[in-house]
Design a binder for this molecule. Sequence first.
Ligand SMILES: CC(C)(COP(=O)(O)OP(=O)(O)OC[C@H]1O[C@@H](n2cnc3c(N)ncnc32)[C@H](O)[C@@H]1OP(=O)(O)O)[C@@H](O)C(=O)NCCC(=O)NCCS
Length: 433
Amino acid sequence: MSVERHDNDIEIFVCSGPRTPFAKIDGPLARLDAVGLSVPVVQAAVRSLKASRSGPDCVIWGTVIPSLAVSNIAREVWFDAGLNPSVPALSVVQQCATSLAAATHAAAQMKAGRLELALCGGSESMSHTQIGLTRGMSQMLRRLAAGGGPAAALRAVGQLRLSDLGLSLPSVKERTTGLTMGDHAEIMAKQWNIDRESQDRHALASHQNSVAAWKRGFYNDLVIGSEAFPGVKRDTIPRPDTSLEKLAKLPPAFDRKSGKGTLTAGNSSPLTDGAAACWVATAAGLKGLEEPLYRARLIDWEVAAVDIDRDGLLMAPALAIPRNLARQGLGYRDIDLWEIHEAFAAQVLCTIAALNSRSWLRERAGVEAELGEVPVDRINPNGGSVALGHPFGATGARILSQTVKQLQETGGRALISICAAGGLGHVALLEAI
Ligand SMILES: CC(C)(COP(=O)(O)OP(=O)(O)OC[C@H]1O[C@@H](n2cnc3c(N)ncnc32)[C@H](O)[C@@H]1OP(=O)(O)O)[C@@H](O)C(=O)NCCC(=O)NCCS
């Protein structure tokens, strides 16, 4: 259960920040690494600061795929952006929930009275994933680089074994199980009886909603365009031309052998490059930001973790959501906007099935309250990660920014839900001001 309470009277606000267009791995953003993608985003974000502010109190940034050259990416991005060096920088990682974790970490510090204004976000360049050497090869090269003469060099080379000659290839795998995220989502889909057609229908809606949102201009002032990223004005992944028929023809992407695989390239989020930012502020911090930025109040948040073998890798939001709502005395119908990260259409549908299950709520989430049925017509009205793409470190800030914009347009309350590798789930509740 939750160990944090967020009920003191310091109000927290989230304001929209800019993001890059999102593009598939090895696509039009491939020349930029995670720092390079972040720099124009951070530079665009700080243009919202009033002249009276020389910077935020803190920048909290994250990326998921490790880089050999960059450790505290928040600081490196700040340096490369050429901004006030006296702003402290912290990097966080919580896989797909990374930049939501950045925002709630800032909020917790604000509740403790330690910050007023923080720039939060993250980035991912799947196109720049580094390939590692084996431990033996790394050790040998390290010893060679340390010098010590020909004898030491010979000794180092002599210790090399045949098995040290391989490479350490990165993949989107869960370290403790050795299975990919997609393999795990297949297991969950089978546990919750989520069929292929339902997944394809959800994926189609994700594309249709993303395309419609772009068409009505919803993303125009959230996405920085061609000046910073020549030739890439908007997200390149949403497909106006996809259909149930086309989706149905795609082969299984993960469970290819059993004949029962239901996850495909069409109903999974693609490997994506991109960066995104948002602001977190107290009432005093808000005064440091120029209009017009979209804003909403952050009511509460919750982080949960599952037993991966028993509950399924990506099911933790189905613990965090009911716990958070129950603590606030809210039911599902009290939430007007549901922003659920779509790692896979199957994972969203499994989450909904669990949220609608009384026994799951009682036995797994420890929630006795009657929460109702999830109103599925309120989920991801502007598209989700299947269609928009999912640069791991950036997704949280992407969702926060578009949530506050949507809330400002329609009013009401929103729930953000992000599942993350490691069996983690991070959710946040916001309301229109
Ligand atoms: C699913 C996955 C393996 C697919 O990778 P891929 O095969 O390189 O995907 P592609 O984009 O090339 O798509 C494959 C095919 O499907 C087609 N396709 C994809 N989406 C489609 C759609 N919505 N409608 C119609 N066709 C579609 C593509 O056009 C392509 O067709 P082609 O082979 O004729 O060119 C990869 O995206 C992946 O690993 N995703 C999961 C990432 C992940 O685990 N994230 C973490 C979440 S926790």
